[in-house]
Design a protein around this ligand. Sequence first.
Ligand SMILES: NC(=O)c1ccc[n+]([C@@H]2O[C@H](COP(=O)([O-])OP(=O)(O)OC[C@H]3O[C@@H](n4cnc5c(N)ncnc54)[C@H](OP(=O)(O)O)[C@@H]3O)[C@@H](O)[C@H]2O)c1
Length: 247
Amino acid sequence: MKSNQKIFITGSSSGIGEAIAYEYASQGAILGLAARRSEKLKTVKAKCMELGAKNVKNYSLDVSDTKESISVAKDFVAFDKEGIDIVIANAGVAASDNLSSGDPTKINQNLNINIIGVTNSIVPFVPTMKSQKAGNIVIMSSIASFTAPAYFGGYAASKVAVRRLGDTWRTTLKKHNVRVTTICPGYIKSEMTDVNEFKMPFLMDTDVAAKKMVNAIKVGKKTYILPWQWRPVIALSRFFGMKILSI
Ligand SMILES: NC(=O)c1ccc[n+]([C@@H]2O[C@H](COP(=O)([O-])OP(=O)(O)OC[C@H]3O[C@@H](n4cnc5c(N)ncnc54)[C@H](OP(=O)(O)O)[C@@H]3O)[C@@H](O)[C@H]2O)c1
């Protein structure tokens, strides 16, 4: 990877986003780190600088806030050196539907943060990428975009939606030399999965996952499913129907 790439990562205060930030920091990147918990971001920034990041700017941001997301993107494009190389829409939540409560709030939060949060994070960078005739868009979907996990309809639906956004943006932006990589992780160790009480098949370490994701972005993968064991499972489910994945 060329050094001093400019990379904006949402949801970088913990888990996968944090690990991706460290991976790029050690490659000398200029980083924009966004999340709601600014204290956590301060710690991540300090570690990124230690690891060799050229420069880091933190943004205390709720990705569901469109106006604020536009303003943050504008600020980061002008930060250090003009432009943007990679934007990674990674921020997300995974609340269960809580259907029996009769209250759609939890589902709506999933949809709002995981879908609107992705459009808010990426679209404000598109004009710059188009004028540069270069850029990488990265969307954090999930294997839940292929499965039908009980109790997590809002989450799964949000991950289908952003995978499809990525597929269409890839076609739309190809002529502008803007690439789109959609990442579909299985179970990766993070705050999100630490609360799970069930057995998580093929659970992957966060740092290992981040390294693989960064490599997938570098080589321009379109849709990247990891750990690899999920690929045959998903392919088989397409052949035999969703039933085997209704977990
Ligand atoms: N871990 C897995 O097994 C797995 C599998 C498939 C997909 N994913 C996806 O990977 C992404 C990262 O999740 P993770 O596993 O690393 O979980 P995590 O440790 O809980 O990280 C989630 C990140 O998203 C941020 N975030 C949540 N809501 C936000 C909001 N409204 N505005 C801005 N930032 C927000 C959180 O920061 P703040 O709380 O500080 O805002 C945090 O940095 C998510 O999109 C998730 O759906 C994870």
